[in-house]
Write a protein that binds this ligand. Structure first.
Ligand SMILES: [Zn+2]
Length: 293
C-alpha cells in the first residue's frame, strides 16, 4: 500500500548530550517540483539533495526569514536554486544545458560554487557564504561550508530519489556543563555515515533512528509539516517591472501588445496589458481621486 504524503521534518536530540538532529522526508513537494520540468536523471538527484539540505538548514533559522541555497557552475548543470522559509515553505528549480544521461557530479558541476544566503525579514539583513563545490556530492560541499563558517559543527546525509528525497542533519551544540562531547560527536557521525540511500528514503523516522542509534537515548519531537508553495505575487512582479523603467516597458508593449511575465519557480503567468503597464508608472496619484461619483 502506498503511503500518504510524508512531507515533514522531525527534530530529535540525544538525551544528556550536546548533539541534536533533524530528519526530513519530502515526496509530494518533490513531485510538485518535478512536474514543472523534465529534469535529466543526474540533475534530478542534485536538485533533490539540495532540496533536502535546504529544508534542514531552514529549520535551524531562528527568525522570520528564508534561506536560499544556490549552486552555479559552467558545466552541463548551470544552476540549482532552492529557497525555504523558516516556516518550511519551499520552492526551487534547476537549469541545465545540452543532453546527457550519466555524468559524474564533478563534470556536471564543473567550476561550481555554492552560495548560501540567509535573509532576515525583520531587519532586511542578509548573510551570505560562498564555497567552491567540492567532493562528489552536495553533502560534501556543504561540509566544506560548515568547516569554513563560524557556525556550529554540522554534518548532513542526503538522498535524492525519483519519488522522494530525504536528509539527516546532526549538529553539535555548545556544551553547558555536559560531559565532553568530542568522542560522542565522532561516534554519532560515524554511525550516521553507515546509512544507505534506500534506508534514508524509505524507513519511517523511528525505525531509521533505531537503525542508526539503537544504543542511545533519543528524544524524537512531533513532526513539522513542509510544503511547496511559490511566494510570487503580482505586487512583486510589478516592482520588478518598475525597476526596468518606463521606457523599457513601453518598448515591450509596443513590440508584443502586452507584457507577460512567467514566474520561473511555478510557471504562473502575470499579464500586463497596455493600461496595466502604463499604470505601473502613475502610482503616485492620491488614492482619493479614484472615487466614483
Ligand atoms: Zn511563482
Amino acid at each position: 500500500m502506498k503511503e500518504l504524503s510524508r512531507d515533514s521534518l522531525h527534530r530529535f536530540l540525544f538525551e544528556g548530550c550536546a548533539v541534536r538532529g533533524k530528519l526530513v522526508h519530502l515526496d509530494q513537494s518533490w513531485r510538485a517540483i518535478l512536474e514543472r520540468n523534465d529534469y535529466p536523471q543526474p540533475v534530478r538527484r542534485i536538485l533533490g539533495e539540495t532540496m533536502a539540505a535546504t529544508v534542514l538548514l531552514a529549520s535551524t533559522v531562528k527568525f522570520e526569514g528564508r534561506i536560499t541555497v544556490q549552486i552555479q557552475g559552467d558545466g552541463p548543470l548551470t544552476m540549482v536554486v532552492i529557497q525555504c522559509t523558516n516556516k518550511l515553505v519551499l520552492r526551487g528549480l534547476a537549469r541545465w544545458q545540452g543532453e546527457f544521461d550519466d555524468v559524474s557530479f564533478e563534470r556536471l558541476m564543473s567550476n561550481g560554487k555554492m552560495i548560501i544566503s540567509i535573509e532576515n525579514e525583520a531587519d532586511n539583513q542578509r548573510y551570505q557564504g560562498v564555497v567552491p563545490v567540492t567532493g562528489a556530492t552536495v553533502a560534501e560541499s556543504l561540509r566544506a561550508y560548515f568547516d569554513h563558517s563560524e557556525q556550529l559543527p554540522t554534518r548532513l546525509w542526503l538522498a535524492g530519489g525519483d519519488e522522494s528525497v530525504a536528509g539527516l542533519l546532526l549538529q553539535r551544540m555548545p556544551e553547558h556543563g555536559v560531559a565532553p562531547a568530542e568522542d560522542f560527536w565522532d561516534r554519532v557521525c560515524l554511525l550516521a555515515s553507515t546509512i544507505k540511500t534506500e534506508e534514508l528514503l524509505e524507513l519511517p523516522e523511528r525505525q531509521l533512528l533505531h537503525r542508526l542509534f539503537n544504543e542511545d537515548d533519543l528524544r524524537l519531537f512531533d513532526r513539522l509539516p513542509v510544503s511547496f508553495r511559490c511566494s510570487c505575487n503580482r505586487e512583486r512582479v510589478e516592482n520588478m517591472l518598475k525597476s526596468l523603467g518606463a521606457d523599457e516597458i513601453r518598448g515591450m508593449v509596443e513590440e508584443h501588445g502586452s507584457v507577460i511575465v512567467h514566474c520561473e519557480f511555478c510557471n504562473k503567468a502575470y499579464e500586463f496589458d497596455p493600461i496595466d503597464s502604463a499604470g505601473l508608472f502613475v502610482a503616485d496619484l492620491p488614492a482619493d481621486d479614484q472615487t466614483v461619483h
